[in-house]
Design a protein. Structure first.
Length: 233
């Protein structure tokens, strides 16, 4: 099935995905498992989307959770195993904050997708999606926390909690806007954009990666391991 996503959205979103991938590879110090495991996951979900697998929305159980569940299972494994925690503790904190910049082009793409009739307005910054706030404030956090050293750990923690709340909100709205027996929003213009290539990588890769980054940073702060030089003790 050929995607019905306008070219300017496709190219912008692919650039955002590339940014997120390269930045996290850098944060992980080129971890081999992450690099190749992620490429395999992107290929798998991308091919499934191109074949129209996720566009079939009348099945029970619905197929949309298959985009989200595997990555969240991997997050749980990372936080609950010795090897996973070692990976987490080796991540560069400053790069994880810079990762939130990806939210800006993503939010722009979601607005364009609304104009193209692919997602409901409620999923944009004109609706109830204010996740872009975390994106535009990320450079300020890097500057004042890591460079100028004037942001307190409490404020840094609050920024990460805010980022989680904003991201959780849009994930719930987007999930409940997909055509399914559980749909609650966007009945006039449902969320079909994220079921197509390449936007399918938003719920299956970009959003979970940002989510994971916030949890890593919160863990570091709670354990008092994030210094102003972004290195764990």
């Amino acid at each position: 099935m050929l995607p019905n996503i306008p070219n300017h959205i496709t190219f912008t979103f692919l650039a955002a995905v590339a940014y997120a991938y390269v930045l996290f590879v850098r944060a992980s110090k080129k971890n081999t498992v992450f690099r190749f495991g992620t490429l395999f996951w992107l290929m798998l979900t991308g091919i499934a989307a191109l074949l129209g697998f996720f566009m079939v929305t009348d099945t029970l159980p619905p197929r949309t959770p298959l985009l989200i569940a595997p990555t969240f299972v991997m997050m749980i494994v990372a936080f609950s195993t010795t090897r996973g925690r070692a990976f987490i503790d080796a991540l560069d904190a400053k790069s994880l904050v810079w990762l939130s910049l990806v939210r800006i082009p993503v939010e722009i793409c979601l607005y364009w997708l609304f104009l193209a009739g692919q997602v409901p307005e409620i999923m944009t910054f004109n609706g109830l999606n204010w996740d872009i706030i975390a994106g535009v404030t990320a450079p300020l956090v890097v500057y004042f926390y890591f460079i100028k050293k004037r942001m307190t750990k409490s404020l840094f923690l609050a920024w990460n909690v805010m980022g989680l709340v904003l991201l959780t909100s849009i994930i719930v709205i987007a999930t409940l806007s997909v055509p399914s027996p559980f749909q609650q929003f966007g009945f006039e213009q449902p969320n079909i954009g994220i079921l197509q290539f390449p936007i399918v990588w938003l719920p299956s890769f970009v959003a979970p990666l940002v989510y994971f980054s916030h949890f890593v940073l919160i863990r570091r702060v709670m354990r008092r391991e994030v210094n102003v030089d972004s290195k764990a003790k």
